[in-house]
Design a binder for this molecule. Structure first.
Ligand SMILES: NC(=[NH2+])NCCC[C@H](N)C(=O)O
Ligand SMILES: [Mn+2]
Ligand SMILES: [Mn+2]
Length: 313
């Protein structure tokens, strides 16, 4: 059993189902958590010798979504995203204060505004490993889509957004050296500029091809966690995987991580013993046929299990 440096005994996972889709336009991603729960993720985690806290009913983030939510500039559903991520940040902070590992099942990736704000409020030297086809760091004013799931990191690092209406509560809590990407292959122009300017370390699919996943993960962890003393928040967008592996997702991009590469990342993070929070996002059961849905939910659950210490032998 991997030891966990920052969590309290008996080691406990708090599972949060974040049934939210307002960071992007496609219905169904809010059903992701229900599907993963139904697939048995809670019992699967217990079998790995964790206590699991889950109250049986979702906090129901839907109640926080206003009926009228006009665009602000090009930003879509600003009040919905702000309300939900704000409540989520408080919830996650509470779990982290208890010394629990906070597992958020999304939901679209805009929820990371809340999940990372929550963990960073408790762990001031938190580092983030962001596994994704996308960089999700569009400055709000320059997002080509206006969808906030393409922007969460721009809120969390100082100097990218400035004041954003409705999001005055978000405090930049990450520094560029405490973020690393793995799996990128669809990065917008403004995102490329931000990544270069701030010197954020990013391992694209090109790097995975060049060095292999073992070396990439080693370099990534060495970069954000050189002394292995920082707690890790793993934010895993299922679209990091190739669409042949995880088809039911809203913004699939060809040329992604294989099944094993995705799992290897999670296994290597588990081995550090430093994981304090994980997001599993962008599983959209409404996209594709039954087969695609089962495949995607299954892989989402097995990635979570690997990050929580499941091993092959
Ligand atoms: N979490 C995600 N799947 N993000 C996709 C973002 C796509 C694109 N970069 C945008 O800003 O809209
Ligand atoms: Mn993505
Ligand atoms: Mn994403």
């Amino acid at each position: 059993m991997t030891q966990t440096q920052f969590l309290k005994e008996p080691r406990t996972v708090s599972v949060l189902g974040v049934d939210f889709s307002g960071g992007q336009p496609k219905e169904g991603v809010d059903e992701g958590p229900f599907q993963m729960i139904q697939f048995g993720i809670l019992d699967q985690i217990k079998e790995l010798d964790w206590r699991v806290e889950f109250d049986g009913s979702f906090p129901n983030y839907k109640k926080l979504i206003p009926t009228v939510d006009p665009d602000i500039g090009t930003m879509k559903k600003p009040r919905a995203v702000s309300n939900v991520t704000r409540a989520l940040a408080q919830n996650i902070q509470g779990q982290a204060e208890k010394g629990h590992l906070a597992l958020s099942l999304g939901g679209d990736h805009s929820i990371a505004i809340g999940t990372i704000s929550g963990t960073a409020a408790v762990y001031d030297n938190l580092c983030v490993i962001w596994v994704d086809a996308h960089a999700d760091i569009n400055p709000v004013a320059e997002s080509p889509s206006g969808n906030l799931h393409g922007c969460p990191l721009s809120f969390l690092i100082d100097g990218i957004n400035g004041e954003v209406p409705e999001f005055e509560w978000v405090k930049p809590c990450l520094t560029p050296d405490r973020l690393v990407y793995i799996g990128l292959r669809d990065v917008d122009i403004a995102e490329k500029r931000v990544i270069k300017k701030l010197g954020i370390k990013a391992f694209s699919m090109h790097d995975v091809d060049k060095y292999g996943i073992g070396k990439v993960v080693e370099m990534a962890i060495n970069h954000v966690n050189p002394h292995r003393n920082r707690p890790i928040h793993l934010s895993f967008d299922v679209d990091a995987l190739d669409p042949t592996v995880a088809p039911s997702t809203g913004t699939p991009v060809r040329g992604g991580l294989t099944f094993r590469e995705g799992h290897y990342i999670c296994e290597a993070v588990a081995e550090t013993g430093l994981l304090v929070a994980m997001d599993m996002v962008e599983v959209n059961p409404a996209l594709g046929d039954d087969d695609s849905l089962l495949q995607t939910v299954t892989v989402g659950c097995s990635l979570v299990r690997c990050a929580l210490g499941e091993t092959l032998l």
